[in-house]
Write a protein that binds this ligand. Structure first.
Ligand SMILES: Cc1cc2nc3c(=O)[nH]c(=O)nc-3n(C[C@H](O)[C@H](O)[C@H](O)COP(=O)(O)OP(=O)(O)OC[C@H]3O[C@@H](n4cnc5c(N)ncnc54)[C@H](O)[C@@H]3O)c2cc1C
Length: 433
């Protein structure tokens, strides 16, 4: 079968097992020389690709839910969508959520995903009380902050390279309404958007859309969206994915001119400098889920997402360098999302660290790969790093410079029988064993 990540680059032929129970998983792991777990394939690049895949999406049952504390235990193949449909009507919400609800619990832990609230709540793994893992020798072990803590901190953010997460317990957050009070603030340039983030540092959720083709005085013009849970109201969940992109779009559809037009219209659609409205949580957290298969917009060649973080002190200067380089190349990104991160955590390969993170999409073509190689140098020069869940092309040297704890990570993998057994196309490219 053909497999790919959300960016549809690269594509590979692989065989996949679809176990229904932990003991079937153990059989798959014991039979394979080497394999990698896969959730819903929403990582963009090659982190869930290998010649042998253990697809977890049928391991999706709920095991326990304490409605008085919000502690939820379920199998790792359950999706955030399924969790929301269970918990929102009962007054509970995900503590951290990425920009799509179609990821599995296991995938969210393995990438230690972040949301629009990293600056106040940290990343997904910070809300995981513990998990059960299947190791490379077929043994099942618990990992938490107190039991096998080295394995816990290597697994949260460890991209499936320590073992297969079978179940996990997540601490949900209480809500009194499924609605969000959203405030949009228009920022005419980079200094204005960074100042707006700082002024709103206490907002529970914040994210900015940035026009990466704007140049000169308009460089960095953005819309900042702030959000908080409404204090009362309905507790409902809407169905997702109504409008499909039915087939691959012509590869030239997203070009400099169409992206510039989109950006001008999108920025212009915010008529006021500041505007507040009440909306359901779905369009606030998951605007892209409305368009099923939107990844076909880039056509058959697919696309690469480039997401980096720069330390806070590099902030304005670093972002300016990156944005100027992109604007000069004319290779605009259809989506360009800027967020602020709070402090990093103790996980060995987790991406977030205090500073700013920018995510950009580029069509998979040679000029874009050259541009990204140049951006890597700027990012590393400012002490930043790239996000593994989005990556399909970074070099081993770029990875090792950005993730200085990679050797500790390998030592933990050695202690828990993971070396050689769990490997992806990405991990081989990055020089992990
Ligand atoms: C539209 C969109 C928006 C996104 N927004 C964000 C965002 O805001 N923030 C963010 O952080 N990420 C974001 N992402 C990325 C996404 O959240 C992560 O890539 C996530 O890991 C995908 O989960 P998945 O279940 O699809 O896993 P896959 O893509 O299938 O796998 C991802 C990694 O998890 C590992 N894995 C999966 N299941 C298991 C398991 N049971 N045990 C061990 N390892 C496992 C895989 O080996 C692989 O390394 C976004 C993705 C999309 C498509």
């Amino acid at each position: 079968m053909e497999f790919h990540g959300w960016g549809r680059y690269p594509r590979i032929e692989a065989d996949a097992a679809f176990p229904l129970t932990p003991s079937e998983c153990a059989g798959v792991v014991q039979r394979a020389d080497s394999l990698i777990a896969r959730g819903l394939g929403r990582s963009y690049g090659d982190s869930s690709l290998a010649s042998h895949l253990l697809d977890t999406h049928r391991l999706d049952h709920f095991l326990a839910f304490d409605e008085s504390t919000g502690a939820l235990t379920c199998a790792a193949g359950a999706s955030l969508d399924e969790i929301l449909r269970l918990c929102v009507p009962r007054g509970w919400f995900l503590p951290v959520t990425p920009g799509t609800r179609f990821v599995t619990l296991g995938g969210a832990i393995a990438s230690d995903v972040h949301g629009k609230n990293h600056h106040v709540d940290g990343s997904f793994g910070d809300h995981v009380a513990g998990m059960e893992l299947l190791l490379g020798n077929g043994e099942r072990v618990v990992a938490s902050r107190t039991e096998n803590p080295d394995l816990f901190h290597a697994t949260c953010g460890g991209m499936g390279l320590t073992g297969v997460i079978l179940t996990a317990t997540l601490s949900l957050r209480p809500i009194r309404s499924s609605d969000i009070i959203e405030t949009t603030i228009k920022a005419p340039d980079l200094d204005a958007i960074l100042a707006a983030f700082e002024e709103n540092a206490a907002a529970p959720y914040s994210v900015a859309w940035i026009d990466c083709l704007a140049r000169g005085r308009q460089l960095g013009r953005s819309l900042l969206m702030l959000g908080e849970h409404a204090g009362d109201g309905p507790l409902t969940v809407q169905a997702a994915g109504a409008l499909p992109v039915p087939f691959d779009m012509p590869a030239g559809l997203l070009n400099h001119a169409t992206i510039r037009t989109f950006n001008t219209l999108y920025y212009g659609k915010a008529l006021h400098a500041r505007h507040t409205r009440r909306i359901a949580f779905e369009p606030f957290f998951y605007p892209l889920d409305k368009l099923a298969h939107w990844n076909r917009l880039y056509g058959r060649p697919g696309f690469v997402q480039y997401q980096f973080v720069l330390p806070a002190d590099a902030g304005a200067a670093g972002l300016r360098d990156v944005l100027e380089r992109i604007a000069a190349s004319g290779r605009g990104s259809f989506l360009a999302v800027l967020k602020v991160f709070g402090k990093g955590n103790a996980n060995l390969l987790s991406f977030p660290r205090g500073g700013f993170t920018l995510a950009l999409d580029f069509k998979a073509e040679s000029a874009a790969f050259q541009l990204m190689d140049e951006l890597d140098k700027i990012v590393l020069g400012y002490g930043g790093r790239l996000y593994l869940a989005k990556d399909a092309r970074m070099s081993e040297a770029t990875f090792k410079a950005g993730y200085p704890r990679w050797q500790e990570f390998e030592e933990v993998r050695g202690r828990y029988h993971a070396i050689g057994k769990f490997a992806s196309i990405q991990s081989r490219r990055l020089g992990l064993q």
